[in-house]
Design a protein around this ligand. Sequence first.
Ligand code: WTA
Length: 660
Amino acid sequence: MSDPKQTDGPTHLHEERTFPPSEEFAAAANGTAELFEHAAADREGFWAEQARRYVTWEQDFDQVLDWSDAPFSKWFVGGTLNACVNAVDRHVEAGNGDRVAIHFVGEPGDTRDITYAELHQQVQRAANALADLGVGQGDTVAIYLPMIPEAVVAMLACARLGAPHSVVFGGFSAEALHSRIDDVGATLVITSDGGWRRGKHSALKPAVDAALAVGDTDVQNVLVVRRTGQDVEWTDGRDVWWDDALAAAAESHEAQAFDAEHPLFILYTSGTTGKPKGIFHATGGYLVQTAYTSSVVHDVHPETDVYWCTADIGWVTGHSYIVYGPMTLGATQVMYEGTPDTPHQGRFWEIVQDKKVSILYTAPTAIRTFMKWGREIPEKFDLSSLRLLGSVGEPINPEAWMWYREVIGGDRCPIVDTWWQTETGGIMISPLPGVTPTRPGSAQHAIPGISAAVVDDVGQPVEKGSAGYLVLTEPWPAMLRGIWGDPDRYKETYWSRFENLYFAGDGAKLDEDGNIWVLGRVDDVMNVSGHRMSTAEIESALVSHPKVAEAAVVGAADETTGQAICAFVILRSEFVEEADEVGEGENLIAELRNHVAKEIGPIAKPRQIMIVPELPKTRSGKIMRRLLKDVAENREVGDVTTLADSSVMTMISAGLNKGD
Ligand code: WTA
């Protein structure tokens, strides 16, 4: 584990500018200063109140928190509810069926507005169709879909049946998909023929076919949404068209309530080892916290706002802040299938203008890319509908924060820099937009009901002005309930570094005013464009290539993507000469990059692969990534005295400079 002071992250930690909310914003905001007082005086009472305010329970709970088996928690014990009913049915029953739930904007320019009433019809039919295929309470369903409304319908239909879903991001390869389908024990996969990306259609179904061809899964059926109309291979008896299944299914579906602790979903995320972890979330606590934070942090007013979260539903941000949080509130939102630069670099701003988006939630990588493209682009559009901006996924540097505020937010919109993780389920650290004077680059403080701290090596809180490790000091409703099928790994990963504290894996600093600045990961996890990538996972993909003997991967600072993947590779001796031949080195590097794309997915392709004769190791054999990072970031190589062989770094540097 590295020293938190050495992680990448905001450099201007003495930022003193603050931006208090306007009186007008503060007066109408959902999140108020009283929430802090209430939560501080009676944490559990506070959460009980939020649970009853934001969620409809079939049967009320009789205990807020059971922490007797810590670190395994139970929240809202005895309560029963249905997440889909909360996100859809009850809005229709309350007379809001005509409200648009989703303004879908497809990449080729097709648009569809779906009201809550229409969504209600679709989730009922979809739930019946799934049940007809044998899916019931406790069965797991893998979802591998592009950003289309059917993805939301599929997730909610699973929730309606009490069948935990496991969404796999469309950028993952067949191999990665197979290991997730297998680990989660899915009996059904929901996919599509393909999706649109940068004006072309990409295929999804072939990856599912390849994943299932590996064998070794419990999958009975594949449900296929028609999106692009491209030809697909068909396995009779296994594959079913989504449209046909829904048309054949009964129209109405009576939803059953499930225990608050019933698993809602499993989402795989990268950890410090090669094997991704299946993070699983329980229904009640997760729904309460995502709805509460959509209300007090994103300040969603469902009657008037148009909300847009630009994440993909394949990541936790899409789960919590496209599907469960905003929909539990009954919000109207934009869902966009495409990329920010297709068909032109003003696409996001055109959507904001056309749909009158009032709340925008996006990632620092995107903001830095927009900065690079130039302010003239957003300035061509009318962005006056915006009233709140959010950021998530990685530290936002003060320059990007200021640009976001001035150019996109017209100097009037509060920015909420929200820190959280797949594991936390919902937002944990963020300003409250109507209360907190915001400070560029800092996520600032735990929200009401959440307790965070920055601690030193032995778990003691650091003083103001110092850096340390970010921890959570109390359980919270949306906390992960474990790692699917591996309770020991859950304890070991999150609860063993410090006693009774949840260790998030991030370094952080407290400024002189007590604001938290998240500095980035202190473990072997990289953050590339806000996506979590494990160095170990990419290393094991590289060494699975027959020509590779050993590999080490580091995240090097990158102006746009935050970090970029850099790999150092030692070849098996019989291939060393081949790589030295003119032009062959480059071919081999391309081969290795494609191999990683095949093993994990295109998102994991290293930016750079360097073929080296040796790797720097300590006497106990541990690779010193810090030194490789120096090389990858073109810095002078740091202290090499702990290396078993101190000449290794000279060899690496000499080898890399050979061609210059
Ligand atoms: C990083 C995404 C700084 C952090 C919701 C965390 C952030 C990891 C922020 C979780 C932020 C997320 N400021 N860093 N506002 N938000 N991170 O699981 O390193 O994909 O541990 O969840 O992203 O990534 P995950």
